[in-house]
Design a protein around this ligand. Structure first.
Ligand code: NAP
Ligand code: MG
Length: 475
């Protein structure tokens, strides 16, 4: 049992002022694997006070000092590899291979990347008679979800530290252990006291406390649109800047000149990745009408060979959903797809055979989906693909953009001009062509209701900075 009943405040592990605890469950076994403190507003206030007190000195550190700090953090992070891989496997249910290749690596890459970005980052410039300076925005409240317990926290923390901001982090209560290891890493790396503070607890108490706190200058949130809205409303009362990363309903446009077997492989691997619990999941697959049957046949041939199940088995590429709540949510959408008249190609309601224990779902593919159906409009956050057909490229683009979201878009094809046309026309923050690997220095974030602001690389650092102009300094 992992019992982590302390918060990390002002460089120390401290008891909560409350006595309530929250159980953490391994979604593959449904067993309680540990507990955290259900933090209180008093805990949060202590953490905010520590972050405020640390701000004047940390905000004045040099770029070189912060590059060194970020690299020390990355070095310490590397030493904790085995712990991180195991903890993400246990609390999220991520297969060990993905836990290492994706979760461990992405967390690490943000610290290394932020250090690299700082090398060439200019914090001041001259424009005519003005000196323009970029200064850290202040105490930053970070609220993170459960789907990428190392990546979502690390991208925010690396950018905040690079900018010179002090922080209070509230990770998801579903997956809090990765953040505890991060706190231990920061301790070992010598992050100055008060610069990083961790308060565990619920969104209703600690999360809500962060967005309304008068001594917090900026909130960076990743999670659902509904909570993003609440945070924005709260933050408005103290004119607090917010950055939001709220998920999407991203289209994968398959061009008619592309090999349909390859297209099906890309589409399936994307939609089952992290059990579909991915904000940039390509959950709407747009297929040329003339290629529909060929594509569906390819999907049917590939899907039964996708290994999933026990996260401890190295050959599995996806595990259970994170919680019973997510299981029920995904089941609800599968049911809705059937009710609204979509055709099941594969999968469907209920648990997969042999995986009755744990929050496992069948990888599910629907075809004859129209873009107005609920399963084509709402974020499911599970391994569920909706196939929608199109007549010509203009129609494909129209369907792709017919959504309240704009986080990501995907194109697979051969013809460069057509690929470019689709990539330029989709209103989304990042476009991936032919399964290209992600670029850690490129910005990440959404158009439309997918969010406000950008993370990753230098764009991520910019979020944590205010701009000041000074004129008239005597020379
Ligand atoms: P969520 O409620 O938005 O949770 C995300 C984070 O916000 C958690 O740390 C949560 O705390 C906290 N939170 C909850 N209520 C809050 C409030 N009033 N003020 C401030 N913070 C608050 O997400 P969820 O319920 O876990 O997932 C629901 C759906 O959201 C998913 O099915 C998916 O569609 C979407 N989602 C998107 C992303 C993404 O990457 N964009 C990630 C996760 C989920 P707790 O620890 O108490 O939950
Ligand atoms: Mg859990």
């Amino acid at each position: 049992m992992r019992n982590y009943l302390k918060h990390f405040i002002n460089g120390e592990w401290v008891e909560s002022t409350g006595t309530n605890t929250i159980d953490v469950i391994n979604p593959a076994t449904e067993e309680v694997i540990g507990r955290i403190s259900d933090g209180t507003i008093e805990d949060l206030n202590r953490a905010v006070a520590a972050a405020r007190a640390a701000f004047p000195s940390f905000s004045q550190t040099s770029k070189e000092e912060r590059i060194e700090l970020l690299n020390r953090i990355a070095d310490e992070y590397e030493k904790r590899k085995d712990d991180i891989v195991e903890v993400v496997m246990q609390e999220l249910g991520s297969p060990i291979t993905i836990s290492e290749k994706t979760h461990y690596n992405m967390g690490l890459s943000h610290f290394r990347q932020a250090a690299k970005e700082l090398e060439s980052f200019e914090f001041s410039e001259r424009r005519g008679g003005a000196l323009i300076r970029k200064e850290p925005i202040g105490v930053s409240g970070l609220i993170t979800p459960w789907n990428f317990p190392t990546n979502q926290t690390s991208t925010k923390l690396a950018s905040a530290f690079a900018a010179g901001c002090t922080v209070v982090l509230k990770p998801s209560e579903e997956t809090p252990f990765a953040a505890i290891i991060l706190a231990e890493i920061f301790e070992a790396a010598g992050v100055p006291k008060g610069v990083f503070n961790l308060v565990n607890g619920s969104g209703e108490v600690v999360g809500n406390g962060i967005s309304s706190h008068p001594d917090i200058d900026f909130v960076s949130f990743t999670g659902s649109g509904a909570v993003g809205q609440k945070i924005t409303e709260n933050a408005a009362k103290t004119i607090k800047k917010v950055a939001l990363e709220l998920g999407g309903k991203s289209p994968l446009v398959i061009l008619d000149d592309f090999d349909m077997v390859k297209a099906a492989q890309i589409a399936i691997s994307n939609v089952v990745f992290n059990t579909g619990q991915v904000c940039v999941a390509a959950s709407r697959t747009l297929v040329p009408k003339s290629k529909h049957d060929e594509f569906v046949e390819a999907v049917k041939a590939i899907l039964p060979n996708i290994p999933y199940g026990d996260p401890q088995d190295k050959s599995n590429i996806f595990g259970p959903l994170v919680s019973e709540k997510q299981y029920n949510r995904v089941q609800g959408y599968i049911q809705k797809g059937i009710e609204e008249g979509a055709t099941l190609v594969s999968g469907g309601p209920g648990k997969p055979e042999g995986l009755e224990k744990g929050y496992f779902v069948k990888p599910t593919v629907f075809t004859n989906v129209t873009n107005d159906m609920t399963i084509a409009q709402e974020e499911i956050f599970g391994p569920v693909m909706s196939i929608i057909t199109y007549e010509d490229l203009d129609e494909a683009i129209e369907i792709a953009n017919d959504t309240i979201y704009g986080l990501a878009g995907y194109v697979v094809g051969e013809d460069r001009e057509k690929i470019e046309k689709v990539a330029m026309s989709i209103r989304a923050g990042s476009i991936r062509v032919n399964n290209a690997p992600p670029e850690m220095s490129a910005p990440f974030g959404g158009f439309k209701q997918s969010g406000i602001g950008r993370e990753w690389g230098s764009y991520g650092i910019e979020e944590y900075l205010e701009v000041k102009s000074i004129v008239g300094i005597p020379s």
